[in-house]
Write a protein that binds this ligand. Structure first.
Ligand code: 3HC
Ligand code: NAI
Length: 710
């Protein structure tokens, strides 16, 4: 019969079940290890150790997660004791057997609590991981010392360096988990009690991981040398991966207590790094973006079938994204030839997966059975949501929407994937503007995570929440944007690309610009991206806009000169770079440098040298300044929406949090001073955003605007 004892803290309660003291964690939503949970756990173990009626301790959690790890919201604030390593140490030093029963996620500090216990039981669906690296951190509560002792250096280092969780079954194989729960219908409490009682009946002893030695230490050190080399190549300037390797090395080479002390020092260095601040900003921002004003009170419309209009680059990618989410998809094209191309575009993706062994023939057949290609608009009459991805031409799109208006059932959501066009105008072409919204996917649409949800003036709130719900099903990161030329992402991109063009004409080579941008943490520079996407795409846009361009604005023609020669990038074998014999990595091209030079001469510009720092400060100041204008115009709800857009759609290095977070890190007065300096050369282009001036005057940063949307 259970007998309640006094709860040490509301987040942690204890109960006596025969000889077993059950310690239950209850800290919704994910049982993060807040100060109160740490205190509660520590005290509960202390009391159980001292109580004569206790023969064993069982740690369980309520809810679907065992423990998601340290409370990330506490990082960067003054630490409150007890520290998590001390809690784990107290669990391990208990003189009575301690069992942890894991369900759902046992991540980071959560897994470390379990490693402090003497026995670990897990439900089959449990996910075990040390994902700290994704937050710019490393395990800091004994994970780097205990995991290698239990599972060997290679598997432990991979768990920490990849940050990816493993299944409970894999945990058993690796030696992390002692037993899987036999009866999945049991509660963690019932399963844990049965296991603990069985252990007591067998006379199972206290068993501490700290007493183990790492297997085959010489081989383990050699493995770490190889991993260190590999990590240096792959982690592109990230701070914490090398610290993880250093700490694991201590698990092999040093006594446990010294290893723990080193882990602590390295962990605190990670905590102090700006990368930690950037990555944790990104973590929370990705969750905040879904909190939009429309989410309050509106219910999403049901979406069981979708249609895609257009089977080109984007239409096919969107169709694959929807098929992958399990939705039936109708694809409409103009004629038989075009629909055959659309079908081929979709099939190519699945053929590739089958060839790589990532999909079986049967899975491909089952997926494609949900795919209906057609040339008749009438075939979309019963779908719940349509995504148009035809040519980027307002008149063509309006005509498509008129057809959709005529055939679609009432209440169907009508979305456009336009990159730049006025969605209010597209909506006005229908008799149901309340149902029309922008769903701006990024190429390749089945891979890229970002989805800009563009909200026109007359759309109803339930359509907006339907779009957010769809994003979740498609595993996308949705960002709410307002209607303007280019929305959040492409509008800001257009501005900093111009800054890059100006730099090129004024003296920086395309290769210097790309190298500077890569040194910041981008996978590619802007000229490499142009070569990859195809120079002709931007050229078409520039030609379309030539008539409406501000005649006072500076216009750089270097990219046009390349396109006039048919140099569209990788697909034509040359662009800003040379790609001999279909090479995917480009080589600098002396002829491009000559063209750049000729353009400078034609404009009477004497080239000057730019340091990588100067290139970056212009590139980023242009980005941040336009970001501030986008905010002031209400196109982005908060700075964090811009951050998420650039991290997930434009390759902005995640460890810097996003452009607006980066601006806060540098300091807004510095960005403003840079802009004013650049404005002396070109006042029109570099005019500081009034919002930026205002924030500087008030001594505030962008983060002060990241309040929840109301
Ligand atoms: N601390 C504080 N809050 C957390 C948190 C954490 N560790 N993990 C999740 N949350 C919050 C989220 O911000 C979100 O808050 P919101 O509702 O206000 O937006 C809420 O919990 C629910 O989170 P999700 O929306 O992510 O819920 P899911 O069910 O989709 O995912 C999860 C659950 C898999 C646990 C996921 O939240 C996750 O991966 N969390 C982070 C895990 C992690 O990185 N742990 C390591 C922490 S660092 C550490 O432990 C250091 C140690 O070694 C000393
Ligand atoms: P694309 O040229 O590859 O495909 C367009 C397709 O639409 C063609 O297959 C064409 O036959 C079809 N089409 C044209 N009129 C049609 C009609 N009336 N009915 C049915 N089908 C019709 O173009 P892409 O690149 O796929 O772009 C499509 C849209 O997506 C554009 O609005 C573009 O701005 C936008 N977009 C493009 C991105 C990219 O990287 N390519 C990224 C994000 C958005």
């Amino acid at each position: 019969m259970a007998q309640d004892t006094q709860a040490p803290a509301p987040e942690v309660s204890t109960a006596q079940h025969g000889p077993v003291r059950v310690v239950t964690i209850h800290n919704p939503p994910v049982n993060a290890l807040s100060a109160a949970v740490r205190r509660g756990l520590f005290d509960a173990i202390e009391q159980a150790d001292a109580a004569p009626e206790v023969q064993a301790v069982l740690i369980v959690s309520e809810g679907k997660t065992f423990i998601a790890g340290a409370d990330i919201r506490e990082f960067g604030k003054p630490p409150v004791p007890p520290a998590l390593p001390d809690v784990c140490q107290r669990i391990e030093s208990c003189t009575k057997p301690v069992v942890a029963c894991l369900q759902g996620a046992a991540l980071g500090g959560g897994l470390e609590v379990a490693l402090g216990a003497h026995y670990r039981l897990a439900f089959a669906a449990a996910q075990l991981g040390l994902p700290e690296v994704a937050l710019g951190l490393m395990p800091g509560a004994g994970g780097t010392q205990r995991a290698p002792r239990l599972m060997g250096v290679k598997a432990a280092a991979e768990l920490m360096l990849s940050g990816k969780p493993i299944s409970a079954a894999a945990g058993v194989k690796a030696g992390l988990i002692d037993q899987l729960v036999g009866d999945e219908t049991l509660s963690p409490l019932a399963a844990g009690l049965a296991y603990t009682q069985a252990l007591l009946a067998q006379g199972a002893p206290v068993r501490r991981v700290c007493d183990l030695a790492v297997a085959e230490p010489a081989a383990a050190l050699a493995t770490l040398d190889a991993l260190a080399e590999d990590t240096a190549k792959k982690s592109r300037g990230l701070f914490s991966p090398q610290k993880i390797i250093e700490a694991v090395r201590a698990a092999v080479a040093l006594p446990f207590a010294e290893g723990m002390a080193l882990e602590r020092r390295l962990f605190l260095a990670c905590i102090d790094s700006p990368q930690r601040a950037g990555l944790i900003h990104a973590f929370f921002a990705e969750r905040e973006v879904a909190k939009v004003p429309e989410a309050r009170g509106a219910t999403p419309r049901p979406v069981a079938r979708v249609a895609v209009i257009g089977g080109g680059t984007m239409g096919a990618g969107i169709a694959v994204a929807a098929l992958d989410a399990g939705l039936p998809v109708v694809m409409v094209e103009r004629d038989d030839e075009a629909i055959a191309r659309g079908v081929a575009n979709v099939s190519k993706v699945y053929d590739g997966l089958v060839a790589k062994g990532r999909l079986s023939e049967a899975q491909r057949a089952a997926t494609l059975a949900r795919f209906t290609p057609t040339t008749r608009y009438a075939d979309v009459a019963d779908v719940d949501l349509v995504i148009e991805a035809v040519f980027e031409d307002l008149e063509v799109k309006k005509a498509v929407f008129r057809q959709l208006d005529a055939v679609c059932q009432p209440g169907a959501v009508l979305a456009t994937n336009t990159s730049y066009l006025d969605i209010d105008a597209i909506a006005a072409a229908t008799g149901r503007p309340q149902d029309v919204i922008g769903l701006h996917f990024f190429s390749p649409a089945n891979i890229m995570k970002l989805l800009e949800i563009v909200v026109p003036a007359r759309v109803s709130a339930d359509v907006v929440v339907t779009a957010f719900e769809l994003a979740k099903r498609l595993k996308k990161v949705p960002v709410r944007a307002g209607v303007c030329d280019g929305f959040i992402g492409n509008r800001i991109l257009a501005t900093y690309k111009q800054a890059a063009d100006h730099l090129m004409e004024d003296g920086a080579s395309p290769y210097e610009i790309d190298a500077a941008v890569r040194s910041f943490g981008y996978p590619m520079g802007p000229c490499q991206v142009t070569d990859l996407a195809g120079g002709d795409i931007g050229w078409a846009t520039r030609k379309r806009r030539a008539a409406t361009r501000d005649p006072r604005a500076r216009y750089v023609e270097i990219a046009d000169r390349l396109c006039e020669r048919g140099w569209f990038g990788q697909k034509t074998g040359r662009g800003f770079y040379l790609y001999p014999q279909g090479a995917r990595t480009g080589q600098p091209d002396p002829e491009v440098l000559a063209i750049v030079d000729a353009e400078r001469t034609r404009k009477g510009i004497t080239p000057r040298a730019f340091t990588p720092e100067e290139i970056l400060s212009r590139y980023l100041a242009a980005m941040v300044n336009e970001g501030a204008k986008v905010l002031a115009d209400g196109i982005a709800l908060r700075p964090l929406d811009i951050d998420v857009t650039f991290v997930h759609g434009y390759g902005f290095p995640r460890h810097r949090g996003g452009p607006m977070k980066y601006a806060d890190t540098v300091g807004l007065p510095q960005i403003l001073a840079d802009l004013r300096r650049f404005a002396e050369e070109d006042p029109l282009f570099w005019q500081p955003a009034p919002l930026l001036e205002q924030l500087v005057a008030e001594g505030r940063n962008f983060d002060s605007l990241n309040r929840p949307a109301d």
